[in-house]
Design a protein around this ligand. Structure first.
Ligand code: MD3
Ligand code: FE
Length: 221
């Protein structure tokens, strides 16, 4: 018997655990999930960046990325005029990337489990820094060895409009606003979908100042 009652109980939003929004078949936004972790996470992040500071990288196409990058974990993501790849050595310092700090790892593992991906073992954490105007063009993440592991992203600071596309570059994209403390988990069939970030608007975040920092945890090796 269709009607208001039936509609109420088939509403997708009502079938989600608190604060979990499904944006794809196997992709979830966990609103504010990282908020209780931020105080513990920021000193770890500062220590990582003191060792491997942000740098703007040049792509094989010759473009300088507007987001500045760093990494921690056994593997760090790098690009230069040659290729996009993961390395065990930070090319700027010619030293291993800083270790993945305990709180960061714990947050990523718990968020993955909350989205249905138990046993996540991240070995790479890419740190993206966006100042107002910085963006990330539509792309796929294809440099990881295995696509069965999910990707976990933690947004900090200024809000961003995330673009979530399909498996073809030309597929229609959905827009998802991401705020300070939001965590997104992508996995399974959604792992190779095109995605990007629209230019960040001017602003000053109470905790992070005039920037957005995104942490992306992956199993790369
Ligand atoms: C969606 N970073 O570093 S979150 C990236 O906000 C990247 O800094 C964005 O795209 C950012 O590669 C978006 C990360 C993300 C990573 C992998 C994905 C989103 C994804 C794989 C499939 C779908
Ligand atoms: Fe990406």
């Amino acid at each position: 018997m269709p009607g208001p009652t039936a509609d109420l109980f088939t509403d997708e939003a009502l079938q989600q655990p608190a604060g979990r929004e499904q944006i794809g078949e196997q992709s979830y936004v966990l609103r504010g999930y990282a908020l209780p972790w931020v105080e513990r996470l920021l000193p770890e992040l500062r220590a990582v960046l003191a060792q491997s500071p942000f740098r703007q990288m040049v792509t094989p196409g010759g473009f300088t990325m507007s987001a500045a990058l760093s990494s921690c974990g056994a593997l760090g993501w790098t690009t230069d005029r040659t290729s996009y790849r993961y390395t065990t050595i930070d090319p700027t310092r010619q030293q291993p990337w800083p270790q993945l700090p305990a709180t960061l790892r714990e947050l990523a593992v718990m968020a993955a489990a909350h989205a249905g991906f138990d046993g996540f073992k991240p070995d790479a954490c890419l740190i993206n820094r966006y100042v107002p105007g910085a963006k990330m063009s539509l792309h796929q993440d294809k440099n990881e060895r295995c696509y069965t592991a999910p990707v976990v992203s933690v947004s900090l600071g200024l809000p961003a409009m995330f673009l979530f596309g399909g498996h073809e570059r030309s597929d229609k994209t959905q827009k998802v606003s991401l705020f300070h403390g939001d965590v997104v988990v992508w996995g399974g069939v959604d792992r190779l979908r095109f995605h990007g970030v629209m230019p960040i608007n001017e602003g000053l975040h109470a905790v992070m100042g005039p920037q957005r920092i995104n942490l992306t945890f992956r199993t790369a090796g």
